[in-house]
Design a protein around this ligand. Structure first.
Ligand code: PEP
Ligand code: MN
Length: 268
């Protein structure tokens, strides 16, 4: 019997005010990376029209190969700041270096710690000293216990606003990019009071599997999903084949809306 005990069993108020409560399902969507300002405005408007309040997009992309697109960096942060000011969309973006926090502080609504940085303890401690909501993605080679330990590094510094994100782990299976471990979601809902969201995009690496796994995530107790979208997925500068077209993203939302009343009933 697995019985890791998270020491800091807090129920963060800030997150429940943001919709992370047992009855709602939070949607976060956007491209893998900020590629240009025009597209970011288009995505923001699309999401707001579909009642999605949070847009994800990376400025700094920790990629496996240094020869691939690494993100627009600080220029991307400036683009996100302007898009937020113009449209009102809330911003979710990855922080890779804690020295950069002052550049994120005033306009980033949710900080993301990427899978590759899940055990970057100086970064965890630094975001723990803020009260910014933090999405802590599971490392693709990390156990639930290691993931909770990482979360606790943030919580212990005083920041209760931690959102756990299952994004797939590495297994022997190669037909999907990673293996989505939905057991971890159901388990974490028992072990902690922290919200747990699922990233089916990085978990599968295939846009044709996003809809079924998003629905499965909602059914097994996830508090939300974070999904990649792109106007022309095949042209995306990073993570191309896993992005949903805007049309498919609309289908996903319709399907979530259909199953949500049943899921809310189950959760009562
Ligand atoms: C991302 O969200 O674009 C990303 C790089 O995710 P992960 O850290 O889970 O690989
Ligand atoms: Mn990505």
């Amino acid at each position: 019997m697995y019985n890791y005990q998270l020491v800091y069993q807090v129920k963060p108020k800030k997150l429940s005010e943001m919709g992370f409560d047992s009855q709602s399902f939070v949607l976060i969507a956007g491209p893998c990376a900020v590629e240009n300002e025009e597209d970011m405005k288009l995505y923001a408007r699309f999401l707001l029209e579909h009642q999605i309040k949070y847009m994800r997009a990376g400025a700094f992309k920790p990629r496996t190969s240094p020869h691939t697109f690494q993100g627009l960096g600080y220029e991307a942060l400036e683009i996100l700041k302007r898009v937020k000011a113009e449209t009102g969309i809330k911003i979710v973006t990855e922080i890779t270096d804690y020295h950069d926090f002052p550049k994120y502080r005033e306009f980033v609504d949710i900080l993301q710690i990427g899978a590759r940085n899940m055990q970057n303890f100086p970064l965890l401690k630094a975001v723990g000293k803020t009260d910014h909501p933090v999405i802590l993605k599971r490392g693709f080679g990390n156990t639930v216990e290691e993931w909770l330990g990482a979360a606790e590094h943030i919580l212990m510094e005083g920041n209760p606003n931690v959102i756990l994100c299952e994004r797939g782990i590495r297994t022997f299976e190669t037909s999907t990019r990673n293996t989505l471990d939905l057991s971890s979601v159901a388990l974490l809902k028992q072990l902690t009071k922290l919200p747990v969201i699922v990233d089916p995009s990085h978990a599968t690496g295939r846009n044709d599997l996003i809809i079924p796994l998003s629905l499965a995530s909602a059914a097994c107790g996830a508090d939300g999903i974070i999904v990649e979208i792109h106007t022309y997925p095949e042209r995306a500068k990073s993570d191309a084949i896993q992005a949903l077209t805007l049309e498919d993203a609309s289908h996903l939302l319709q399907k979530i809306d259909t199953i949500l009343p049943a899921i809310q009933k189950i959760r009562k």
